[in-house]
Ligand binder design. Structure first.
Ligand SMILES: [Zn+2]
Length: 314
């Protein structure tokens, strides 16, 4: 892009890592518009003010590379705000990845399994009670003998929207298991299904997916299995595009999901990953970053509605 006199400098052109900001903030604008004038008008007001200005430091990282580090922003913390939901995800992922070296040191033999537990689609109006039933069912599951090899787990609730507007709630569960899970305590996919069915106390066989997380780093330098599984686990509660598909759906979803927990941590992982929702939405650097000094240059970017991008503020 030619940098003519007076032309704006955009964050997404200057920092590869910060490219997602524009799309998230643009989506937040849509959610804000959908809340406007409804019973959740107050959320609309809060989202309007969310992350309008971002303050970055340009600082050298541990690897010597200069990178943008977010130093400050005002977040609205509305549950379904696409910016805040994304930041929360990043915080969970950063927390989990930062905890990994210590976990691997304390449990060198542990292995990881990724489990997806679903129920059949339900009318959106039944989402709240369905999630309550799923929580109870998970509780039962965690007391079954098949659960014995599970040392710790992280569970997130995701709700997707079906084409006809029904809700599809499901759990993503990342489990840290004893090595014996893969020998004498092995649970086959088919048995996980039966087990989940029995815990749910339903008369149909729910879809359950189980996959082993590959422990080793990939030879091609791409992400290791555990890193990818951590990202998958903490992905998001509701797909950004589902949030803006239909106003009535969003309002009802907001109603139904009041007070439902998105993330739960159990077993020994509570010690490493903490169960509480992240409060700080600013410092989401996975590697912990590097030190930022007073002398590092600061840059401010403001949200430009007319181009849907963050531009440098002088
Ligand atoms: Zn927000």
């Amino acid at each position: 892009m030619p940098n003519e006199e007076g032309a704006e400098l955009y964050l997404s052109d200057l920092s590869e890592r910060d490219k997602p900001w524009d799309a998230r903030r643009a989506r937040a604008e849509q959610v804000q518009a959908l809340y406007s004038g409804t019973e959740y008008d107050r959320y609309s007001t809060r989202i309007l003010e969310c992350s309008r200005v971002l303050e970055f430091a340009l600082a050298a990282q541990d690897d010597g590379e200069m990178r943008f580090r977010l130093m400050g922003a005002r977040f609205c913390r509305v549950r379904h705000c696409p910016v805040c939901q994304w930041r929360r995800t990043l915080m969970w992922v950063a927390r989990a990845l930062q905890g990994m070296p210590k976990i691997q040191e304390d449990y060198p033999k542990a292995r990881w399994v990724f489990l997806t537990l679903t129920v059949k689609n339900v009318p959106l109006l039944e989402l709240r009670t369905t999630v309550k039933d799923m929580n109870k069912a998970f509780d039962r599951l965690s007391r079954r003998k098949e659960w014995k090899p599970v040392l710790g787990w992280a569970r997130s609730l995701e709700v997707t929207r079906s084409r006809d507007g029904e809700a599809h709630p499901h759990f993503h569960v990342l489990m840290m298991v004893r090595p014996s899970y893969f020998t004498r305590e092995y649970v086959k996919q088919k048995d996980w299904r039966e087990l989940w069915k029995s815990c749910l106390r339903v008369d149909y066989l729910p879809v359950v997916n189980v996959k082993t997380v590959k422990p080793k780093a990939n030879a091609d330098g791409s992400e290791s299995g555990i890193t990818a599984a951590i990202r998958e686990t903490f992905k998001y509660a509701v797909k950004p595009e589902d949030l803006t598909a239909d106003q009535v759906w969003l309002i009802e979803l907001t109603d139904q999901m009041q007070n439902a927990r998105s993330v739960n941590i159990g077993g020994v992982l509570r010690k490493y990953w903490k169960a509480h929702e992240p409060e700080d939405l600013v410092n989401a650097d996975e590697d912990g970053g590097g030190e930022v000094s007073e002398d590092d240059p600061r840059l401010w970017f403001g949200w430009r509605e007319y181009v849907k991008r963050y531009a440098k503020v002088n």
